[in-house]
Design a protein around this ligand. Structure first.
Ligand code: LLP
Length: 430
């Protein structure tokens, strides 16, 4: 099966949504949809591929909607929290402490203490943080396991702003200059029992991710041999491979599947699939991106000789990356009529799809050839399930659209979040 939702599947659900009494109102000029049957399938598939002992801590930052977090929890996966508020969301969604990984890159004493008291697995981001944890553990007792994030320095991928394993990165402990220091802390602290790495998001090919894992695994084996030699009766037992498996945002591209990724991992690092380690994964984009799409009504079509500008109701508020780094990111676009039927054909016009915000760069597509677009049609933006709503920008104070989940191509709908009210907006700025 292809990883992206087809136009036909999206249109089937959209047509039903438009017909469903009371689901969409006049004010719902843009709506965000999630195919929850597909999300379930992707999570079950991922869990089924890895050893039962593995923890799949799905990155909360990719999609923090609490109803979706609950679904992830009910399916048996965990949560990766990159901040204390994300940790709070994970706890509120019902994840037990053994299913949460706390990865914030900048943890305060108070935050560390909170996680340690709750028994949550912590990945320290630096040697300094390890020392901080050591001080705190001197005064409190904790069931937490602790790992350290290592930057394997294997290089950057094609998208610099989401690549984190170059020679320099703001994350983790660079291995090349800190091998000795890392060895020392593993020998010194008996509570330090895990390693963590994450290479980047989207732009890093599987080969680069594998190189990172290999670099860290070689180091782990070195340390474990050393610990054994010293009769330490402990070893590094938690191996967190992070997330970063790229997804397809293009009609004509099909990326490496989770099953192929796992096969490659197992082929190269069979050791990680034995009881020697508890494996942790932290996929976000792979789980979510292809399960979501966004529909916006076309408010105006402004025709000029050379280009036609289509004004819609989402832009750089939801598609920060696409608008600010257009060359790095892409979303396929489909045109539907007011009933949700996909429009086909190619207009001779070149279209700019522009958002509602008050700046020139607020465009989610530039000079693209699309079927004829008219006022009242819908622009459907594909693959918007990850790092879109979660990166919502408050500029121009636009209201966050209604978010709707659905099962079986729209046989069942569930409102995941109401359209933001003006009152809530007022409270935000007040
Ligand atoms: N684990 C850690 C430690 C991470 O930093 C990330 C992503 C993940 C897991 C999940 O990576 P994924 O499987 O989703 O690729 N659109 C955002 C992406 C930032 C990703 C940050 N970290 C942006 O443009 O900034």
């Amino acid at each position: 099966m292809l990883s992206r939702l087809s136009d036909e599947k999206i249109s089937a659900a959209f047509r039903r949504a438009i017909r469903e009494p009371g689901l969409l109102g006049e004010e719902d000029s843009a709506v965000i949809f999630y195919d929850l049957s597909y999300l379930k399938e992707r999570i079950e598939d991922m869990i089924g591929l890895f050893p039962e002992s593995a923890l799949h801590a799905v990155a909360v930052k990719a999609n923090p909607l609490t109803k979706i977090l609950k679904q992830i929890k009910d399916l048996g996966a965990g949560a990766e929290a990159a901040s204390l508020p994300e940790l709070y969301l994970a706890e509120k969604a019902g994840f037990s402490s053994d299913k949460i990984v706390f990865d914030s890159p900048v943890k305060t004493v108070q935050e560390i203490e909170y996680a340690l008291k709750a028994g949550i697995h912590i990945n320290a981001d630096s040697l300094q943080e390890i020392e901080r944890i050591a001080v705190i553990l001197n005064r409190i007792s904790s069931q937490s396991t602790v790992g350290i994030r290592i930057n394997p320095q294997v290089g950057t991928g094609s998208i610099l702003s989401t690549s984190v394993a170059g020679e320099f990165s703001k994350f983790g402990v660079p291995i090349k200059t800190n091998r000795e220091a890392l060895t020392e802390i593993f020998l010194k602290y008996d509570w330090l029992c895990g390693v963590h790495l994450h290479i980047g998001s989207q732009g890093c090919e599987v080969g680069l991710i594998m190189k990172g894992i290999e670099t860290v695994l070689i180091f782990v084996n070195e340390i474990n041999r050393l610990l054994e030699k010293k009769k330490a009766r402990r070893r590094i037992a938690i191996f967190d491979i992070g997330g970063g498996l790229p997804v397809s945002y293009h009609r004509d591209k099909e990326p490496v599947s989770m099953s192929q990724y796992k096969e490659e991992l197992k082929y190269r690092f069979d050791q990680l699939f034995t009881d020697e380690f508890r494996l942790i994964t932290e996929f976000g984009r792979y789980v979510h991106a292809n399960t979501g799409w966004t529909a916006s009504r076309v408010e105006y079509v402004k025709k000029e000789k050379s280009v036609t500008t289509v004004m819609i109701h989402v832009g750089a508020d939801m598609f920060l990356r696409k608008c600010y780094r257009p060359d790095d990111w892409h979303h396929e676009i489909t045109v539907a009529d007011s009933c949700g039927n996909i429009k086909t054909g190619r207009d001779k016009n070149r279209y700019v799809i522009a958002g509602p915000l008050c700046f020139a760069g607020d465009m989610i597509a530039k000079e693209t050839i699309l079927p004829e677009i008219a006022e009242g049609d819908y622009i459907i933006i594909h693959d918007t399930g990850a790092y879109t709503l979660s990166m919502w920008s408050r500029y121009n104070s636009r209201q966050i659209p209604k978010v709707i989940g659905y099962y079986n191509d729209g046989e069942i709908f569930e409102i995941l979040r109401e359209r933001e009210s003006l009152q809530t907006l007022w409270e935000f700025w007040n």
